[in-house]
Design a protein around this ligand. Structure first.
Ligand code: NI
Length: 184
């Protein structure tokens, strides 16, 4: 596997994005180092969330930080205000209410599709020390959690798109496929 410092964000249709990630079993310094790198890559690309699978690390981990200013915040880690690390996460409750909003993904740089998500979720996960915690999320964080959890199951943006959005982005997706093949 690639060195952590050399990780880059995989782009659709890299087949690793379709893998189902495995639970984290060891909570050690290496895990912390990998999580730090996820935050770094997320911030560099001005993302609000990044799943381990997006760098080819196929364990059930994702990070999130909503509403920061990438010009101002030069480094994000698990202790940064508003930052979250979710290890072995599970959504235990989805609200009945849902919201349609624009949603992007660092593995699909040019796509912002209208996607329907639960307005609120309750998530249960472990932190870097392996301790369980529960969090109720709404707004962007709720959307982010649902999106990143999809990555851990190999589910991607196009799978969530309604038919009209899939039609709209058909060419963009095909172009990404061509580019990927060209880079092989
Ligand atoms: Ni994504």
């Amino acid at each position: 596997m690639t060195k952590v410092s050399e990780w880059t964000i995989l782009k659709f249709p890299d087949p690793r994005l379709r893998e189902v990630s495995k639970p984290v079993e060891v909570f050690d310094d290496e895990l912390r180092e990998k999580v730090d790198r996820l935050f770094e890559l997320m911030r560099e690309q001005r993302g609000v969330g990044l799943a381990a699978a997006q760098v080819g690390w196929l364990e059930r981990v994702f990070v999130a930080c909503c509403g920061y200013d990438p010009e101002e915040v030069k480094r994000i880690d698990a202790n940064t205000e508003g930052a979250h690390v979710f290890i072995n996460p599970e959504i235990t409750v989805h609200s009945d209410e849902s919201v349609v909003d624009s949603e992007g993904c660092l593995s699909f740089p040019k796509i912002y599709a209208q996607i329907k998500r639960s307005a609120k979720v309750m998530v249960r996960a472990q932190n870097l020390a392996g301790e369980f915690f529960q969090l109720e999320a709404e707004d962007l964080l709720s959307r982010c959690i649902q999106h990143e959890l999809d990555h851990l199951n190999g589910d991607l943006l196009p799978d969530r798109m309604p038919k009209d959005e899939r039609t709209k982005y058909k060419k963009a997706l095909r172009d990404m496929e061509k580019e990927f093949k060209g880079n092989l």
